[in-house]
Design a protein around this ligand. Structure first.
Ligand SMILES: Nc1nc2c(ncn2[C@@H]2O[C@H](COP(=O)(O)OP(=O)(O)OP(=O)(O)O)[C@@H](O)[C@H]2O)c(=O)[nH]1
Ligand SMILES: Nc1nc2c(ncn2[C@@H]2O[C@H](COP(=O)(O)OP(=O)(O)OP(=O)(O)O)[C@@H](O)[C@H]2O)c(=O)[nH]1
Ligand SMILES: [Mg+2]
Ligand SMILES: [Mg+2]
Lengths: 293, 273
């Protein structure tokens, strides 16, 4: 039964209130439905609990029990609370320095390399003169991948000696200064938050680059464990935000609520296709609707 | 009555939270917890009973070792973007080469930047024969080429790499069906194995992926990758429960040797740790 949460809640309130006024028990049932829906959407279990508590406080405070349309009022509270956690206004890139520097990090296969190209393409179409830096020396043909993407969109790619990540990024900064690029986008290797060596490498990269933005690239179909890696990366690097990819799929995307809730960092962009123009600014209200299902 | 004692229900609540956090999904968790309640008399053996229930679950769809019913044996590797298909094919070709099999690999991702180069690198490392028509070629034509070559040169195994594709893209799912149809024209029962690669970090969408890929092609097994991270891959319980697809291998790292045949007991141990 493909019923949206709104319809399910509406039905529940009508059935339960059919015998008279809404009771505390009805609110409990509504809360249970929201909890189930959020878990189905992959929102982290602990985040769901905290979120539900906030919703309950609001429901009591706004006296949903006495309202003429409790189901609509309740879903409005849920939706508003969701949008406020996701981030009320659309967050943009903060490019203060010249050249400004953006570093993309994250677990394996999330879409970092593709997102670097997408970001550079977007910046170029905004009149900037970006440089791409290919600092993933581990994955076979990772540098080739960024070079091929760069060629597609007419953006230069610095790959230094193709062997030493720190050397490559230093070369990139030199090249940007020489060629008067005004923004540098750095691609890094996928890495596990539990890989001490790789986490210390990325800390070193951020230390050398001193970026304006450190964006963690997260796959929208990730499940419960996303908060673990998001927290670890944020603690290690002080992220400035997230890019959430593959939203052209049908994952509900509850991971977005989770990572936003536990780190407080904004989602700046979403990936909506495999192509270089497949990057959009984050719209909290659209994602809220998707998560609620 | 011990079952209504505080200890057991607290233990069961803890179990429920652990299983939800492992991405097992509410429905599957509730069914496991119901079984646990009916089988556990005291809270001190709850974990042991839980292990047995979970292992039983996985053993219900367990399959025996892969046997090559005819030569060449053809394996198609499929899944959504970034799950680890290409890397896993490198690992499979190493595993089979070291078992003395002659391996042919088809470079079926003709779409993504540097996909051909990436797979070529792995084949150079494992000694597998690399069949490619370059970037932009027709994927079905490359698969056909590879199987044809294996037939005429009497090779043991063909492994077909395919481009990552979201199951929501109808035209890409049709392309996958076409790759399989074309291969079946050469060998009626090919591909003999269709392995769906799923990232252990995947949440409930993993079940949707399995459903849709199974609708489109005859998925015979799952490879669960990136188990060297902290995600538990609990979604495979929902997949085996609803669709009966067994897990065949797990990926535990980025190197050629980081592939293991699926072991239900070890998997459940790791999940509960
Ligand atoms: N459909 C879709 N596919 C995407 C999106 N972003 C990336 N991809 C695909 O996801 C796969 C992985 O992308 P990559 O850019 O190689 O990922 P990565 O994070 O750089 O991978 P590693 O460097 O190995 O960690 C590729 O097949 C991309 O085409 C997106 O927004 N939508
Ligand atoms: N830690 C870890 N990383 C893995 C594992 N398997 C694959 N990877 C990494 O995941 C990333 C993506 O792997 P690929 O083999 O390119 O994935 P794919 O499914 O072929 O990607 P597309 O063809 O773009 O859809 C690479 O960085 C791999 O090294 C694994 O078991 N553990
Ligand atoms: Mg990459
Ligand atoms: Mg691939």
């Amino acid at each position: 039964m493909f019923e949206s949460l709104q319809e399910k809640l509406g039905r529940a309130f009508r059935i339960l209130s059919g015998k008279g006024r809404i009771t505390e028990k009805n609110i409990e049932e509504a809360v249970r439905m929201v909890k189930l829906s959020l878990l189905e959407a992959d929102v982290n279990y602990k985040v769901v609990k905290e979120f539900i508590n906030r919703v309950l406080e609001k429901a009591v405070g706004e006296e949903v029990l006495r309202s003429f349309s409790p189901d609509q009022q309740f879903i409005k509270i849920v939706r508003d609370e969701l949008i406020s956690v996701l981030g009320e206004k659309i967050s943009r890139l903060e490019l203060q320095s010249n050249p400004s520097k953006v570093v993309l990090v994250g677990l394996q296969g999330t879409g970092k390399t593709t997102s670097c190209a997408k970001l550079a393409y977007r910046l170029k179409s905004q009149g900037k003169k970006p440089l791409l830096v290919a600092a993933d020396v581990y994955r076979p043909a990772a540098i080739d991948q960024l070079e091929q993407l760069g060629k597609q969109i007419g953006i230069p790619v610095c790959s230094g000696d193709r062997k030493n990540p720190l050397g490559i990024i230093r070369q990139g900064i030199e090249d940007a200064t020489r060629n008067v690029n005004d923004v540098i986008v750095f691609d890094t290797a996928g890495r596990l938050h539990v890989d001490e060596d790789m986490m210390s490498e990325v800390r070193e990269i951020v230390k050398i680059v001193k970026p304006d933005e450190v964006l963690m690239v997260v796959d929208s179909m990730m499940g419960q464990d996303a908060v673990t890696s998001a927290n670890k990366f944020n603690d290690a690097l002080e992220l400035s935000g997230f890019i959430v990819t593959k939203l052209d799929g049908d994952a509900r995307g509850g991971v977005i609520l989770s990572i936003r809730h536990v780190t407080g960092k904004p989602v700046k962009f979403v990936g909506i296709s495999e192509k270089v123009d497949g990057l959009e600014v984050f719209h909290p209200d659209r994602v809220a609707g998707r998560i609620l299902g | 009555d011990a079952l209504s004692g505080g200890d057991l229900s607290a233990a069961i609540e803890e179990v429920e939270e652990l299983l939800i956090l492992s991405d097992m999904g509410m429905e599957t968790v509730e069914s496991v917890v119901d079984t646990l309640r009916s089988r556990t008399k005291r809270s001190d053996n709850a974990v042991q009973v839980l292990k047995e229930i979970l292992v039983e679950h996985l053993k219900e769809v367990e399959t025996s070792e892969t046997i090559f019913s005819e030569l060449p044996h053809v394996i198609s590797v499929v899944g959504v973007n970034g799950t680890g298909k290409t890397t896993t094919i490198g690992k499979l070709s190493k595993m089979y080469s070291s078992l003395g099999k002659s391996v042919v690999v088809a470079s079926g991702d003709t779409f993504r930047a540097a996909a051909v180069e990436q797979l070529k690198h792995w084949c150079e490392q494992t000694g597998a024969e690399f069949i490619s028509q370059g970037h932009g070629a027709d994927a079905a034509s490359v698969a056909f080429d590879a199987v044809n070559h294996a037939l005429s040169k009497k090779k043991d195994l063909v492994i077909i790499d395919t481009a990552g594709r979201l199951h929501t893209r109808h035209n890409l799912m049709e392309e996958l069906k076409k790759i399989h149809r074309v291969v079946a024209r050469l060998i009626e029962d090919a591909p003999h194995e269709v392995l769906l690669v799923i990232d252990a970090n995947t949440g409930q969408n993993g079940l949707m992926q399995a459903r849709k890929f199974l609708d489109a092609v005859r998925v015979t097994g799952i490879i669960l990758t990136k188990l060297d991270g902290t995600a538990k891959g609990g979604i495979v319980f929902a997949i085996s429960r609803e669709l009966g697809i067994p897990v065949k291998y797990i990926g535990i790292g980025e190197k050629l040797e980081d592939l293991r045949p699926f072991d239900p007991e070890m998997f459940v141990e790791a999940l509960l740790s």
